[in-house]
Design a protein around this ligand. Structure first.
Ligand code: ADE
Length: 320
């Protein structure tokens, strides 16, 4: 139902009419409507391109029911159908689309990359996402080495708030890492890549290994179990990385990394404020039941000065 020229967060009633009964909805988007610019990223079965809509005539614009801008930049994730099938990722792309549509239908959250349209052709599936100009958080950590306390806190608050939104809507991201977190124009963080995400209502959510080895939770490795605390574990790893420049568990290979994780073997190389160490030690807990929850994290004393209800402050840009 989302293939019309209709933003996905519009009420579903507007999808129901077709060209025969309602001439105002004319066409769906296709790749030909966009100018593809440079490549932004590459995954195993997808490539992300910067893109913009081709200019349209006044007449064409009048045919389009919803406002859009042809100067706005988008990031289009192109997934090759052949590769998706070969790599058995059909379930994941479907889940990415459904999860993002579901979230957007609830609320456009400042910490989640917005999905505008999806369409497909013979070869590919296309996700038209907001273009986020600041690149990956990964690159920023790489550039800075480490973040100071206030920058770490600013970013952690945003991630906590975004995770709170996901988890209260029963979504587990399952692959949270600095490569999947983008930086907006004003330094705001946005979570992207919901290809591994699961809706807690899905029965299969716990059955397969997804995620990246360095951020994977011990319960997934030990019991093949993956729920909300897995995202919190990843958050703990990312907070450690803000302070140390590298994730806490990194072995010479994947197996060695897994061993460090399940034995909770990590150490600090650079000095870290005691209060942050305290928070990390309560997040990086093997027993997922004893790990802090989002609401407990919000109450940690490091966040004493944070008003979690004041979204404007949490999301205020740092280089605005
Ligand atoms: N790389 C991957 N997704 C992106 C997006 N939405 N904006 C900018 N760069 C990206």
């Amino acid at each position: 139902p989302h293939n019309k020229m209709t933003p996905m967060h519009s009420p579903s009633s507007s999808y129901t009419s077709n060209t025969l009964t309602n001439p105002t909805i004319i066409k769906k988007f296709s790749p030909r409507d966009f100018i593809f610019l440079e490549k932004l990223g590459q995954g195993s079965y997808s490539t992300v391109y910067k893109a913009k809509l081709k200019r349209t005539t006044k007449a064409q614009q009048q045919q389009m029911k919803y406002y859009y801008s042809d100067t706005k930049l988008y990031a289009i994730k192109v997934c090759s159908k052949k590769h998706i099938i070969q790599e058995r990722k059909v379930k994941y792309v479907a889940s990415e689309k459904d999860t993002l549509n579901m979230l957007i239908s609830i609320q456009k959250h400042p910490g989640i990359v917005n999905l505008h349209y999806t369409f497909h052709d013979e070869e590919n599936l296309y996700f038209v996402l907001d273009y986020i100009p600041g690149g990956e958080l990964f690159s920023l950590i790489y550039k800075y080495g480490t973040f100071n306390e206030s920058m770490s806190k600013h970013f952690t608050c945003q991630l906590v708030d975004a995770l709170d939104f996901l988890h209260s809507n029963k979504v587990i991201h399952r692959d949270l890492k600095p490569e999947n977190i983008l930086i907006g124009k004003t330094g705001k963080l946005l979570i992207t890549d919901f290809g591994a995400a699961a809706n807690i209502n899905d029965r299969e959510y716990a059955t397969s290994f997804v995620g990246t080895s360095e951020y994977v939770s011990p319960e997934l490795l030990l019991y093949n179990k993956c729920s909300y605390p897995a995202d919190i574990w990843a958050l703990g790893c990312i907070l450690y990385q803000f302070q140390q420049g590298v994730p806490p568990f990194r072995g010479v290979n994947e197996l060695a990394t897994f061993e460090l994780i399940v034995k909770l073997k990590y150490a600090y190389v650079k000095p870290v404020p005691v209060i942050i160490k305290d928070l990390i030690s309560k997040i990086l807990v093997i027993d997922s039941q004893k790990r802090l929850t989002i609401s407990q994290i919000k109450q940690h004393k490091w966040f004493e000065d944070v008003n979690w209800n004041d979204k404007r402050k949490i999301w205020k840009g740092i280089w605005e």
